[in-house]
Design a protein around this ligand. Structure first.
Ligand code: DX5
Ligand code: ZN
Length: 215
C-alpha cells in the first residue's frame, strides 16, 4: 500500500493539533513539514519552534523538508525539535555529503530532494547515503500548484535505478499530488505521496483514506 505523508502547509495553523489528529485517523504514515527560508525559495514558513510544539500532538514520524540555503546550520535544531527525517535539497551550494553525514550523526534519517529542473543523474552518487529520495513535481515554494507531468519519467528512472542497484531508498513525490493523478504517480514507482492541498481542503480523514486506497 502506498504511504501518504500529509504536508501541513495547507492545514489550519490555528488548530494544528486537531488537523494532525485527523491525519492519524485517516492513516497517515508520516507528516511532511515544509520549511522555507525566503532565500532558497520565495516564501517563508515555520521552524523548529513550531515542530517542537506539534511534537506533543502525535507519534507520527516527522519529515522536515528543508527548503533553505544552509541546512547544515540547523540540522541539530530540527532534530532536537523532534524531526525523524531531515530532507535537504540537491541544489544547495554547500557540500551535500557533509550535511547528510551530519543528519545521520544526529540520529535522524536523511532524504535528498530534487527540483523539477534537476536531472535524476545528479542525485545518483548520493543515494547510498540516504533513506529517502524526494522528487519535486512542482517548483518548491507554495502549496496548491499543478503537477508537472514530466516528473513521471523521472520517477520511473529513479525506480528502475534504485531497484537495479538494490538500494534501500524510498521514493517520495511532492507537489500537485491529487486523487486524480495519484495512481499514475504510484504506477511510475512512488512509495510515498506527499500532499498538502489535496488533503487539507475538505475532510482530512477521508482524503487520506481515499489516497491510500489507490492501487
Ligand atoms: C512545495 C512543498 C510541498 C507542498 C505541496 O514547496 O514542498 O510539500 O506543500 O503542496 P500541494 O500538495 O498542495 O501541491
Ligand atoms: Zn515539501
Amino acid at each position: 500500500m502506498v504511504k501518504v505523508s500529509p504536508s501541513i502547509l495547507s492545514a489550519d495553523f490555528s488548530r494544528l493539533c486537531d488537523e494532525i489528529k485527523f491525519c492519524e485517523k485517516g492513516g497517515a504514515d508520516m507528516l511532511h513539514l515544509d520549511i522555507m527560508d525566503g532565500h532558497f525559495v520565495p516564501n517563508i514558513t515555520f521552524g523548529p519552534v513550531v515542530i517542537k510544539s506539534i511534537r506533543k500532538c502525535t507519534k507520527l514520524p516527522f519529515d522536515a523538508h528543508l527548503m533553505i540555503e544552509r541546512p547544515d546550520k540547523f540540522v541539530k535544531d530540527f532534530v532536537n525539535a523532534g524531526s525523524d527525517i531531515i530532507t535537504v535539497h540537491r541544489e544547495i551550494k554547500i557540500s551535500i555529503k557533509n550535511v547528510l553525514r551530519k543528519i545521520h550523526n544526529y540520529g535522524a534519517e536523511a532524504g535528498i530532494a530534487i527540483n523539477p529542473e534537476t536531472p535524476f543523474e545528479k542525485v545518483k552518487e548520493h543515494l547510498e547515503d540516504v533513506e529517502y529520495l524526494l522528487i519535486m513535481s512542482v517548483h518548491p515554494g507554495f502549496a496548491g500548484q499543478s503537477f508537472i507531468e514530466d516528473t513521471l519519467e523521472k520517477i520511473k528512472e529513479a525506480r528502475k535505478y534504485i531497484d537495479e542497484e538494490g538500494l534501500e531508498v524510498q521514493i517520495a513525490v511532492d507537489g500537485g499530488v491529487k486523487h486524480h493523478n495519484a495512481k499514475r504517480i504510484v504506477d511510475a514507482g512512488a512509495d510515498i505521496l506527499v500532499a498538502a492541498s489535496a488533503i487539507f481542503n475538505g475532510n482530512v480523514e477521508s482524503n487520506i483514506k481515499k489516497m491510500k486506497a489507490i492501487k
